[in-house]
Design a protein around this ligand. Sequence first.
Ligand code: 13P
Length: 251
Amino acid sequence: MKNRVPLIAGNWKMFKTISEAADTAKQLANLVSDVEDIDIMIAPPFTALAAVSEIIRDTRIDLGAQNLFWEKEGAFTGEISAPMLIAAGCQYVIIGHSERRQYFGETDETVNQRIKTASTAGLIPILCVGETETQRDDQKTFSVLDKQVTKGLESLILDEHHSLVIAYEPVWAIGTGKTASPDQVQEVHAFLRDLLEKQFGNMHANATRILYGGSVKPDNASELMALPDIDGALVGGASLKPDSFARIIHF
Ligand code: 13P
């Protein structure tokens, strides 16, 4: 029996201007006004955070950012800090997405610094992990995930004020239309929960939500959400349209 409140999160990646993001958020808020017992988060690009924050203020939709830097402020051209995200209205921040690892040189060490910074500042970090197709073919899925989780969460402290979300996003399933099978997803999520138990103990392992991401669509969401260790979804493409994202939220 799952005792975790599901979280359906939308990662808008590098899509939408301020006005497009505001429109989408408005429509989404109307479509999910009936939803109870599910947490909802959207992560627009940095430029649209403040505008979207205003729109979702009195709704049950929370705001997330797609990255942060670990210093509070300083001469770090192009970076955004935790206090800036909090002032813009964020509760969550996505960290270590595979696109950041692949295109922007993120490593488990930099991911770890970001995770700890986010948590200390009072944001809920969403740590993204996942294997590439080659790693899965080479039977390295579990060793890759072990390293990403163990190093990514090294010396993180969890307590009643500091929680964490993990998103399992197999790289080969992102934006490809290929979803991992329910068996593959459940096997990995159970493994991740065991890792959390080793690192943080049973109580925190049971309280931590583990999301699945990778080609989640309205027609596969309910099957995935029924699995015992799946506590929600991190949705890319299908979160860009209010209608399809709302259908996923109503899984
Ligand atoms: P898609 O849902 O487009 O496959 O993207 C998943 C993802 O990367 C969410 O962070």
